[in-house]
Design a protein around this ligand. Structure first.
Ligand code: DX5
Ligand code: ZN
Length: 216
């Protein structure tokens, strides 16, 4: 049984509350919130004020994906804004600061997660696996929605599931980028249990059927 985490990067920004309610009505349990700073990735999206504004209007799990440099500077603000999961990129700071940021997130009562970009090997996050409740494998270069799924990330996904089974078996393993009805199946076969979908979900005509298919 997998979980769909719809990426609000693809929702209608002038009608966010309506779209969040619609996500809930079609059976979603999570929302994926992409935070981009224009430095770590070549795009800018939302700040922690948006997470703060979302918190009172939805009880869905807020899965906040930080694509920002030195996340230690902003982690507390995102935790206090109401994130349920807060994921940081392993490439975004020094190993010492990555450890400190994950500990800080945990100390604030939020579930910490670590993310790997496509070119980063699984071994790079080995030192952090025991500290995380979520590991996210990017299946596109982070920065934009609507890109093509990188099937060559599947061996890394499988390897991370095996590594987690040894050290932290209850940790979620999530994929993000180019996930649709077809590629979701491949991700699940390789060990993913949380699937982010932006364009494929918000484009789909029958969203309830989409949720059902992905979560089967
Ligand atoms: C990309 C983001 C994704 C994005 C996925 O950097 O992290 O969450 O919304 O979009 P799709 O599903 O359209 O590839
Ligand atoms: Zn994302």
């Amino acid at each position: 049984m997998a979980i769909l985490s719809p990426s609000i990067l693809s929702c209608d920004y002038m009608n966010m509350q309506r779209d969040f309610e619609n996500c809930k009505n079609v059976g979603c349990k999570w929302l994926h919130v992409d935070i981009m700073d224009g430095h770590f990735v070549p795009n800018i999206t939302f700040g922690y004020s948006l997470v703060q504004a979302m918190r009172p209007i939805t009880d869905l799990v807020l899965d906040v994906h930080l694509m920002i440099d030195t996340p230690i500077k902003y982690a507390e603000a995102f935790c206090k804004a109401g994130a349920d999961y807060l994921t940081i990129h392993v490439e975004s700071d020094t190993p010492e600061n990555i450890h400190r940021t994950l500990d800080l997130i945990r100390s604030l009562g939020v579930k910490p997660g670590i993310v790997v970009k496509p070119k980063t090997p699984a071994e790079a996050i080995a030192p952090y696996l025991e500290k995380c409740d979520l590991v996210l494998v990017m299946t596109v270069e982070p920065g934009f929605g609507g890109q093509k799924f990188m099937a060559d990330m599947m061996p890394k996904l499988k390897q991370l599931r095996q590594m987690l089974d040894e050290v932290n078996p209850t940790c979620h393993l999530e994929v993000d980028g180019g996930v649709d009805m077809v590629t979701a199946e491949i991700c699940k076969e390789n060990g993913a249990d949380v699937l982010v979908a932006g364009s494929a979900f918000f484009r789909s005509q029958d969203k309830a059927a989409f949720v059902k298919a992905l979560e089967a």
